[in-house]
Ligand binder design. Structure first.
Ligand code: GLY
Length: 404
């Protein structure tokens, strides 16, 4: 499809379109003001024909004007719209949360070719995406991410999931399906209202992308983020369009090569750089990240800590030459982006190792870690030396990072 007409975006505003080469290719449109034309985009793509039903699942916490802009546009394009507000907490990302959406879709007489529109962050996109994947064995979905993290990662690539409580512990994303969207609309003007902490969490995923960019067409992304960090933090719109489009292009390249995370040499699994260490600290009750007052480590903050831990572990294990001083560089960028470099209140090494052993990349009881091998490069390593993993954990303990 063509990029939106000039009238839909502020005059002269930056805009971009990235094609994702999934089995059914689709576009990611990136520009300010796109939600105003949402209905028109769906109509152009044949996803909205007059009198066809639409189901809009939106984050209950979004500013009302963002939801109204999308709803008015869908309505004006002729859609018979049903709406559902989703609480954007991990508690909504459950089978019960998905079931609620499915019941509402059925009650609204949503049919096989009717489209679901997900408007919100990663949680709304995941649970609405999962509902769309299983309702009548799959109905079309358009993802409209409203957080930086969802724009650069969650909304692109077709992963949908809910969590499952197993014997008292919450297993994240245990139930899910690959269900590629038909279109992704990233309206960067909504990032203006995103709380600072959430915005910075999105930057952590961008730094991660910068650390694997060489193989996926973005060899200079890390340097670019280093230079652009002040403008990004000031939410300069043109820089945000460039940030989102470069990150989406990278993710599209990864997904185009390995849609279902099956590649032997890493492939899509490389997107998990920092996540195995990160997941171990993310769920620790009472842990406090550097620079935050309230206990609790958000996902993007855990990824930032995980990137430092993985880089330190890579240096210690020999995967990444120490003379490149990559840990120092990653720590400096994470600080520059206002993300934590360490956390207080972490449990013992043994407990953290046990948490890492539950990671989804453990295979046959063997821990597999994505580790950087140089700037912009990473690889998957099976059974890394225990001492190296412990050095990674030590690097993110408050007061324990000296010498990294
Ligand atoms: N967020 C990781 C992936 O999409 O594979």
């Amino acid at each position: 499809m063509n990029l939106p007409p000039e009238a839909l975006t502020a005059k002269g505003a930056a805009q971009a379109r990235v094609r994702v080469q999934a089995p059914r290719p689709y576009d990611v449109l990136i520009a300010p003001g796109l939600l105003e034309g949402l209905g028109e985009f769906l109509r152009e793509m044949g996803l909205l024909v007059p009198h066809r039903r639409l189901f809009l699942a939106h984050d209950a916490g979004l500013p009302a004007e963002i939801v109204e802009t999308a709803a008015v546009s869908l309505h004006a394009a002729g859609g018979r719209l049903s709406r559902s507000a989703v609480e954007a907490g991990e508690s909504a990302k459950t089978m019960a949360g998905a079931e609620r959406l499915l019941v509402e879709m059925a009650a609204s007489r949503h049919e096989r070719r009717d489209c679901v529109v997900a408007l919100g962050g990663g949680i709304v996109g995941d649970v609405a995406g999962f509902a769309a994947a299983i309702y009548r064995r799959g109905v079309p979905i358009v993802q409209c991410p409203t957080t930086l993290l969802a724009m650069v990662d969650a909304a692109v690539g077709g992963k949908t999931a809910v969590n499952l409580a197993v014997e008292g512990s919450l297993k994240k994303n245990l139930i899910g399906a690959f269900h590629q969207p038909r279109l992704v609309i990233a309206d960067v003007s909504v990032l203006r209202t995103l709380p600072d902490r959430q915005f910075r969490c999105g930057l952590a995923e961008c730094i991660k992308h910068g650390m694997i960019g060489v193989e996926f067409g973005e060899p200079a992304l890390l340097e670019w983020i280093e230079a652009a960090a002040p403008a990004l933090l000031a939410r300069d719109e043109a820089k945000l369009v460039e940030l989102v489009s470069r990150n989406v292009a990278l993710k599209a390249a990864v997904v185009g090569l390995d849609e279902r995370e099956e590649a032997e040499d890493g492939g899509r699994a490389l997107l998990n750089l920092g996540h195995t260490f990160g997941h171990a600290v993310e769920t620790v009750e009472g842990a406090i990240g550097e620079g935050t007052r309230a206990p609790g480590i958000h996902h993007g903050e855990a990824v930032a800590l995980g990137l430092i831990a993985a880089t330190r572990c890579a240096e210690e294990s020999g995967a990444c030459p120490r003379e490149l001083k990559l840990t120092e560089r990653v720590r400096a960028l994470i600080q520059r982006c206002g993300l934590p470099r360490s956390a207080a209140g972490l449990p013992s090494d043994e407990e953290l190792l046990a948490r890492m052993a539950h990671d989804k990349k453990v295979m046959g009881g063997i821990l597999r870690l994505v580790l950087p091998t140089g700037p912009g490069r990473a690889a998957l390593f099976a059974d890394p030396p225990r001492q190296a993993v412990l050095a990674g954990l030590q690097a993110i303990r408050a007061g324990g990072a000296a010498g990294c």
